[in-house]
Design a binder for this molecule. Sequence first.
Ligand code: S6P
Ligand code: ZN
Length: 193
Amino acid sequence: MSSRNHMAPFAVNIDLNTGHIGPPARALTRRLSDLRGLFCDEAAYSALTAAGDPVVYEVYEVRVPEEDGHLLSCTTIIHPGQVGREYFFTKGHYHLSEPRAEIYTCLRGEGYLLLGNREGESRSIVMIPGVSAYIPPYWAHRTLNTGSHPFIFHGVWPGDSGHDYGSIEQAGFPLRVFEERGRPAVKASAGPC
Ligand code: S6P
Ligand code: ZN
């Protein structure tokens, strides 16, 4: 019998200030050096990586089986920062099983959710506390912090979704967000950069 038939209900606590999940969740830390080739300003990227390789974001994921029928969930904490004029962002991905949707709810801070699909369409959604965004099936997604505090959001997605990072690494994301005159500006982007 599969594990999902034997699981007891449970709850976790999300610290709304830090985004940490307890009891201890599976934690992932992405430093700038993990995001090689993704930011536009290569000189700024090299300088920042050499000068301390900052943590760009952390993910705390609730431990449940990664299989059909379950719902995975996590918090993501994107730290404030920029590479050149481009705000710190997540790698961005399609779900490996593309007909799998996701919901992101902003808990703290401010940022953007960027979306793109293989038909060439793109969208951006401003994320502030209380905004709950629906990522439909077949849409790649990337988030970024446009504020001066951590940007924290909660995500929920089907257990059998998986991640395809390669498509974004190769083709780039169709939208990018830069600081212009002290404000975020969303730009269409053709190719890796
Ligand atoms: C998973 C979901 C999030 C991201 C996380 C980090 O489907 O979308 O948990 O994994 O926000 O982003 P990325 O693009 O590095 O996985
Ligand atoms: Zn996802």
